[in-house]
Design a binder for this molecule. Structure first.
Ligand code: GLC
Length: 544
C-alpha cells in the first residue's frame, strides 16, 4: 500500500485538491438506507491511500450534527454532536484519525447564520420575551400598521419572518421557518459560536466550510431592502436587492473574528460559501491590511451567475470568468473553484443539451484541476454521475427554491453495478441512478473519467507549475480557451480547452508534449508546436 504523505505546512490547503462528500449519500454501513460516518471510513480508500485511489488531499463533509433534518443538516440543533443517523462521537473521532492516517485533511460544515428551531438556544429564546436567550435570535414587533417587521424575503421563498404566537413577536429566518437566524450582534452569540469552532479544532478537525457566510451580520436597523432596478413583473430577477442582509459591511468584521479563532490552531482553515459581486467576494479574504479573512471563498461562476444556472460550456465565458476571478482577489490569495455541489444540478446534466454532457464533464475535470487555485470535486463527479430523476413520492428536499429541489444531485454514490450499487443493503433514502455509472466499472476502464481525474490530480502534484504557478490567458481560436501555467525554474504548461463540437487548431509559442487529454481516444504523448484539438477535448501540454 502506497500511503502518500499528507501535504505539509500550515498552508497545506493552498496546494490541496478537495472533495465534497454528502454523508447521507456516500456509504450506508448499518442498513438504514442512509450513509454514515462508518461508511465513509469504509470507503476512504477510494479517496486516498492506494495506487488506484483518486488522490485527493482533503474532504469536506456536509453537516453531520444533530438536526431535525428539515434542511438535511443545515438546521443544527447541537453544534457539538453527531447526528445518530451518521453515528456517534467515537465514530467521528475514528473518522478523523483514519483520514489523517491516510494523509487526508477533514473539514466540517459550520452553519453560523441560523440554528434549528429545535436548538435549545431557540427553544429558550422563544419561551418568553425575558429569557436570557431571547436576544440570541432576531425578534421584532410587527410594524405599527400590523405588517411584517421589514420586506426581507427568505432565500427559499416567502417572507423571512414568522410570528411566534406565544410571545407575539416575529423572528427572522433567512431560510426555512425552522431555521431561525442567530443574532451575531450579540457578543454572547459570537463567543458561543466561536467555542463551537474550538471544540472541533481541538478534536482534530482541520477546518470548516462555512455556510452562507455573507448573511450572518445584518443591517443594524434591519432596514428594508431596496427594489432591484433590474426587476420587472414576470422577470427571473429577484424583486428586492439583498443589500441589508447579504455582504453587509459589518459582516467582514465578524469574518475577522472567526479567522482569529482559526489562527489559534495553526494549520486550520476555512472556505466560505459566499455570493455577490467579485469585489464583495474578494473582501472575504481580508481587509486592505492583509489576508486576515477566510482562507478561501468559493467562486461559483461555473455553477451559477447572478442567480442563473450556468449551462454554457464555451471558451468565451471562460475567458471572462477566469481572469475576473483572478483580478478580483487580493494579492497572495487563491481562487477557489467548484463545478458542482449539493445545491445545484450536477455538471453533466447542466451541459447535456446535445447528449454530450459526459464529454464536457471530462473536459471540465481537466479545467478544474489545471486552473490556478483550489479545486473542489463534488462526490460522484469523478465517475460521471448525473442528476437522478426523483419520483414525486420520493422527494425529500423541502426547499424547492428551484425545481425540482436539490434531491437529483444528492443521490447515493454508486460503487458498483449491482441493484444496491454497493451503497446500502436496503432501499436508499433517494433512488439510484443508472447502474453503469459506478466506481468499479470506471476503475476497470483505463480510459474512464475516473482514470482521467486520477491522472489529472497526479499531474498537478508532479508539476509545480500546475500546482502553484501563475496563470496567463493566451490568445487562441475563439472556441479554445488557452492558458499558460508557469513557475520560475519549472517547466511551464499550456492548457487548451476546446469547447466546440468540431476539431480546432492551436499553435503554441514553443513545442511541447501532450501529457493529458480529456478524450478517451485522444493523443497523449504527441509532441509539437501545432496541435489539433478534438471535439470538446481539453489537453495539458508541458514545455521543456
Ligand atoms: C447553504 C447550503 C444549503 C442550505 C442553506 C441553508 O446554501 O449549501 O444546502 O440549504 O445554506 O443553510
Amino acid at each position: 500500500m502506497n500511503v502518500a504523505l499528507a501535504l505539509e505546512g500550515n498552508d497545506w490547503w493552498r496546494r490541496a485538491v478537495f472533495y465534497q462528500l454528502y454523508p447521507r449519500s456516500f456509504q450506508d454501513s448499518n442498513a438504514d438506507g442512509i450513509g454514515d460516518l462508518q461508511g465513509i471510513i469504509d470507503r476512504l480508500d477510494h479517496l486516498r491511500g492506494r495506487d488506484d485511489s483518486l488522490g485527493v488531499d482533503a474532504v469536506w463533509l456536509s453537516p453531520t450534527f444533530p438536526s431535525p433534518m428539515k434542511d438535511f443538516g443545515y438546521d443544527v440543533s447541537d453544534y457539538l454532536g453527531v447526528h445518530p443517523d451518521f453515528g456517534d462521537m467515537a465514530t467521528m473521532d475514528r473518522l478523523i484519525a483514519e483520514c489523517h492516517r491516510r494523509g487526508i485533511r477533514i473539514l466540517l460544515d459550520w452553519v453560523p447564520n441560523h440554528t434549528s428551531d429545535q436548538h435549545p438556544w431557540f427553544l429558550d429564546s422563544r419561551s418568553s420575551r425575558s429569557n436570557p436567550h431571547r436576544d440570541w435570535y432576531i425578534w421584532r414587533d410587527a410594524r405599527p400598521d400590523g405588517s411584517l417587521p421589514n420586506n426581507w424575503r427568505a432565500v427559499f421563498g416567502g417572507p423571512a419572518w414568522t410570528r411566534d404566537e406565544a410571545t407575539g413577536q416575529y423572528y427572522l429566518h433567512s431560510f426555512l421557518e425552522e431555521q431561525p437566524d442567530l443574532n451575531w450582534r450579540n457578543p454572547a452569540v459570537v463567543d458561543a459560536m466561536h467555542d463551537t469552532l474550538r471544540f472541533w479544532l481541538r478534536r482534530g478537525i482541520d477546518g470548516f466550510r462555512i455556510d452562507v457566510m455573507g448573511m450572518i451580520v445584518k443591517h443594524p436597523d434591519l432596514a428594508d431592502n431596496p427594489l432591484n432596478p433590474h426587476w420587472s413583473p414576470g422577470s427571473a430577477e429577484p424583486k428586492f436587492l439583498w443589500s441589508s442582509n447579504r455582504n453587509y459591511p459589518d459582516v467582514y468584521e465578524a469574518v475577522r473574528g472567526i479567522r482569529a479563532v482559526l489562527d489559534e490552531f495553526p494549520g486550520s482553515m476555512a472556505v466560505g460559501e459566499v455570493f455577490g459581486t467579485p469585489d464583495e467576494i474578494a473582501r472575504y479574504y481580508g481587509s486592505r491590511s492583509g489576508l486576515d479573512g477566510l482562507h478561501l471563498a468559493f467562486n461559483f461562476q461555473f455553477i451559477h451567475e447572478h442567480g442563473h444556472v450556468f449551462t454554457a460550456w464555451d471558451a468565451e465565458s471562460m475567458r471572462r470568468i477566469v481572469p475576473n476571478a483572478e483580478a478580483a482577489i487580493p494579492p497572495g490569495a487563491l481562487p477557489c473553484w467548484a463545478f458542482g455541489n449539493h445545491d445545484r444540478s450536477r455538471f453533466i446534466s447542466r451541459h447535456d443539451h446535445d447528449g454530450r454532457g459526459h464529454e464536457r464533464a471530462r473536459a471540465a475535470a481537466v479545467l478544474l484541476l489545471m486552473l490556478r487555485g483550489v479545486p473542489f470535486i463534488y462526490y460522484g463527479e469523478e465517475i460521471g454521475m448525473a442528476d437522478v430523476g426523483i419520483p414525486d413520492s420520493r422527494l425529500q428536499d423541502p426547499a424547492r427554491f428551484h425545481t425540482p429541489g436539490r434531491d437529483p444531485e444528492r443521490t447515493p454514490m454508486q460503487w458498483n453495478g449491482s441493484p444496491s450499487r454497493g451503497f446500502s443493503a436496503v432501499e436508499p433514502w433517494l433512488p439510484y441512478g443508472p447502474a453503469d455509472v459506478n466506481v468499479a466499472a470506471r476503475q476497470a476502464d483505463p480510459a474512464s473519467i475516473l482514470a482521467l481525474y486520477r491522472r489529472a490530480i497526479r499531474l498537478r502534484r508532479e508539476f509545480r507549475s500546475l500546482e502553484q504557478g501563475s496563470l496567463r490567458v493566451l490568445p487562441s481560436h475563439p472556441d479554445v480557451f488557452a492558458f499558460e501555467r508557469s513557475l520560475a525554474g519549472e517547466p511551464s504548461a499550456t492548457v487548451l480547452i476546446n469547447t466546440a463540437t468540431g476539431v480546432r487548431r492551436a499553435s503554441l509559442h514553443s513545442p511541447g508534449r501532450v501529457l493529458l487529454t480529456s478524450r478517451a481516444a485522444g493523443a497523449a504523448g504527441q509532441t509539437g508546436q501545432d496541435f489539433e484539438i478534438g471535439p470538446l477535448e481539453s489537453m495539458v501540454i508541458i514545455h521543456g
